[in-house]
Write a protein that binds this ligand. Structure first.
Ligand SMILES: [Zn+2]
Length: 326
């Protein structure tokens, strides 16, 4: 493993290949969040601050205006830049994250689904997480699920796996399962208020933070037809425009995997879009206005970036560090 020892052993990221870094987080919390617990890890306040301190030594944090200005030019910045991004508009962004960022003078943008603003609904993956929690905690009578036509599952563990693997197009079934088991998502939303309200979004904008679109209700784009992809995207962009938030940027929900050139051609055709964002880690994209972000919630920032650098070297050796779209 001589090839990678230099990368892994370095404390700074001298070999970082791009001029920019776009870290991606969802939320930061010291407490349990049942609607996220079975989906991914999120950081404690202490771990998040440690990440920011590490990233701040390697990069210069910039705001949306500066990032988009940079992406418009070929001039290399003197110090590599970082745009801090959050997805899904969770309430801890205002209560936990922003006070830290204001203390440190760091900008961030949050990509939000209008369908969930004001606690109107809960994203289907969050519902799956809650269902899994309920099934583990209460071991309910699953015989009642026979009421759902064609539904056949043998036991609790199988049902948990099924629920956690359910796609966007099966989201109505998650609601049906929850109803039959007596779990009411609306009660959870009312009690826990997982999302930012429209009033919160306006407050965040007034405090200098970015709010932008993340699709209407967080589908897997790979499950959608090209027209459905455009509809969900445009509807969320129109919401941002209507309320005076940023409407020239878009972050794909989950991933942009399989999204074709035709989508980008249509989305960027009127020259109003500045850039879009995927979640593929340290990679370039053949559509140059689509920037790949680095998911940061698996490990501490230093380990994550070092691991991404190793992957980059491996992918580069096979010419796989650029996403080619058809
Ligand atoms: Zn998301």
């Amino acid at each position: 493993m001589k090839l990678f020892s230099g990368v892994l052993g370095s404390s700074a990221l001298q070999n970082y290949p791009l001029d920019y870094c776009i870290p991606l987080y969802h939320t930061v919390s010291d407490g349990p969040l049942p609607h996220l617990k079975n989906l991914y890890r999120y950081k404690s306040v202490k771990a998040f601050e440690k990440d920011l301190d590490f990233l701040g030594r390697q990069f210069r944090f910039v705001d949306w205006e500066e990032f988009t200005r940079y992406s418009d030019t070929v001039k290399r910045p003197e110090k590599k830049i970082a745009l801090l991004t959050f997805d899904d508009g969770f309430t801890e962004f205002l209560d936990v994250v922003v006070p830290i960022l204001e203390r440190k003078g760091i900008y961030a943008i949050n990509f939000v689904n209008p369908a969930f603003v004001d606690q109107k609904d809960l994203m289907f993956r969050c519902k799956a997480s809650l269902l899994a929690e309920e099934l583990l905690a209460t071991d309910p009578d699953l015989g009642k699920l026979k009421e759902i036509p064609g539904f056949q599952l043998s036991g609790r563990d199988q049902l948990i796996r099924y629920v956690l693997a359910s796609g966007y197009k099966k989201r109505a079934e998650l609601d049906a399962i929850a109803d039959i088991l007596g779990l009411y998502f609306s009660d959870y939303i009312k009690t826990h208020k997982p999302y930012l309200n429209l009033e919160d979004l306006h407050q965040l904008k007034a405090r200098g933070f970015g709010i932008a679109a993340h699709s209407w209700d967080h589908p897997y784009y790979s499950e959608l037809t090209p027209n459905e992809q455009i509809d969900s995207t445009v509807k969320s962009l129109e919401y941002m425009k209507l309320h005076g938030f940023l409407s020239d940027g878009f972050a794909f929900p989950f991933t942009d995997f399989g999204v074709k050139n035709e989508f980008f051609d249509r989305l960027f055709s009127d020259n109003k879009m500045t850039c879009s964002f995927g979640t593929a880690g340290l990679k370039k994209d053949s559509f140059s206005r689509n920037f790949q972000r680095i998911p940061m919630e698996h490990a501490d920032a230093a380990s994550t970036l070092k691991r991404e650098l190793v992957y980059w070297q491996v992918k580069k050796a096979f010419n796989k560090n650029i996403i080619i779209r058809k």
